[in-house]
Design a protein around this ligand. Structure first.
Ligand SMILES: [Zn+2]
Length: 261
């Protein structure tokens, strides 16, 4: 039982809006680790100079849990026990895996070659953005491995988008398939979040927790429509504001390919 608070104190409190709820906590706090395979790599040195690893990893966990599990009980959060960020020389950008013997222990592998190649002016922001994307993979559900890969990647980039870590090369596109992944699907999820209300993407992730993925039932249960229709609606809504969007994005066309798992 909390101690009784004197009534006059309650009355003296500010009537301003309540602060946002704190990030939900998993049943036990995850062990966070950093592994540097080669300190002579310029990318590794740059990481150490630009990023406080404890802060970046703790904030990534809190940010991901806040976006995917706010308002949900702890048993809805995956039982991830540790996350190790491994900086090493490799091709591509980054990927996340579970350890062979125990999938509750995750490893985020991040390429030091990639880090060194990002323009210095926005390197710190890109490091945080990639870590945030990969951290989602450590904490999201996947319908027991049956969810489309594009939806998994879309949720990861939606969290990155919502975290204010959008890189300049991202574009909102409505052509192609809804599950093409990454920011392509991430912006579609943002449309659903705005159309159906705050917490819509959280409901998508929660619906991937226990059942296997059945495309027709999945989207109709959540939003009353098949995903093809939702994707069409998204295209139409985008068409109405296309001129405006293009105007806003002019001059932000730096090309960059990313490769992640
Ligand atoms: Zn990914």
């Amino acid at each position: 039982m909390p101690p009784a608070t004197p009534k006059y104190f309650q009355q003296a409190m500010s009537p301003a809006a309540a602060p946002p709820p704190a990030a939900p906590k998993p049943k036990r706090p995850p062990l966070l680790r950093l592994e540097l395979r080669d300190l002579s790599q310029p990318g590794a040195q740059s990481f150490l100079a630009l990023v406080s690893a404890p802060t970046a990893l703790e904030e990534a966990v809190a940010g991901v849990l806040s976006h995917l599990y706010r308002g949900l009980p702890p048993h809805c959060i995956p039982p991830t026990r540790s996350v190790t960020l491994v900086l090493r020389s490799m091709s591509g950008v980054a990927y996340t895996v579970g350890k062979d013997l125990d999938d509750d222990h995750k490893e985020i592998h991040f390429s030091t070659n990639y880090i060194a190649a990002v323009p210095e002016a926005r390197r710190a922001q890109e490091l945080l953005g990639v870590i945030r994307h990969e951290m989602v993979h450590c904490w999201q559900w996947s319908a027991k491995g049956t969810a489309p890969g594009g939806l998994i990647e879309g949720i990861a980039d939606w969290v990155r988008l919502r975290s204010g870590l959008v890189p300049p090369h991202w574009k909102q596109e409505v052509d192609g398939d809804w599950d093409a992944g990454y920011q392509h699907t991430g912006y579609f999820l943002e449309y659903l979040e705005k159309r159906f209300g705050e917490g819509s993407v959280r409901r998508v992730n929660e619906a991937l927790r226990e059942r296997k993925y059945d495309e027709d039932m999945f989207w109709e249960d959540l939003f009353g429509e098949k995903v093809g229709k939702l994707w069409e609606d998204y295209g139409e809504s985008f068409g109405k504001t296309k001129g405006e969007e293009n105007g806003k994005k002019k001059g932000q066309t730096e090309g960059e390919e990313r490769e992640e798992v």
